[in-house]
Design a protein around this ligand. Sequence first.
Ligand SMILES: [Zn+2]
Length: 390
Amino acid sequence: MAMHADHARFIYNIALEQRSLWTPAKRYSPHKITYNTQARELTELRKDTDWLRAGSTVVQQGALRDLDIAFKRFFARQGSYPQFKSAMSGKDGFAIRDVSLRRINRKWALILIPKVGWVRFRLSYPWAEAKAATSARATFRAGLWHVSLTTPPRAKVFANTGRVVGIDRGVKNTVATNEGNLDTIPGFSTGEQARFLALERKLATQTKGSNRRQGTLKALATLRGKLSNRRTDWVEQNTTSLARSYDLAVLENLQISNMTRKPKPKKDPEKAGAYLPNGAAAKAGLNRVILASCWGMFATRLEQKMNVIKVSPVNTSRECRLCHHVSPKNRKSQAVFECESCGHEEHADINAAKNILNRALSTPTRGHSGARAKKPASTPIKHLQAAQAA
Ligand SMILES: [Zn+2]
């Protein structure tokens, strides 16, 4: 498999070099470089090169197809210009076309790798989904081989209950709904956390490329994998259950990449060259939690499973859902919301979830300082009607 990865990288890189030499000046030459021309040249190359011939045609053609896809994405402005691959990138691997899978039991299955044979792998999602895979990719990361399967997107679920749910995504409660359901994504156990930190400390003292370091990386990858599987399961279960219970979900339009960006350093106006504290450390701590909370994954999966609309996140946690008074002082603590104006008391996350729902249902004229909706509210209403009609 390491040889396959070497060959895939080699073919990808020379094919990228060939395509990069295709300058605008040569555009009118009859020999346009495409997947087909490169695949023909690969056949010729294999005839003359013993070591390439020893490898798998399927894997090597797969690398050309990967490059072709990368260029198509680039020309469609969906991606940046293809980059040369390096063995040290941490995602070295190869594509597998014509996936053949066999089930061993609930946890294990086999995949047919060209020239290698059947390779056992651990299932991280249900077999029913895995067996529908149309393509696969094997990658070598942190000392372990991984196989990722591409499956066709599942159809949306139509609950047909006529119900709409507002969802607040938070740090303490990963998910809070307007109906008062609170749920937290699982994390590391105390023991796992200690082990993880100990391994990270150990890694810092080990020589790069040493066998011991490889071992530590492998142990870290196993722990990360455990956590990631646990979280993926949680997201899958929660989003499925929401899609089965409601016709429409309303989420805040969170820009997670903005929220996780490091804050800019603030210059001290009184001292040249000095900087004011800007809460970078506090934000960095929160960033990790936000990322760890998998909000993005939650939203993506939810949108794949049901109709979702997104509303402005401005002040959802500071606004009273009854009198619409907005103040940071309304929020007495992480959990307690108490309106300074009307005295309304509620769990802070549930108050936020209700605001989120209201924003989708209210029109801009009835809007308030918090509802800084850029698009008219007709969009959410239309969605709602469409959802109810469905
Ligand atoms: Zn109030």
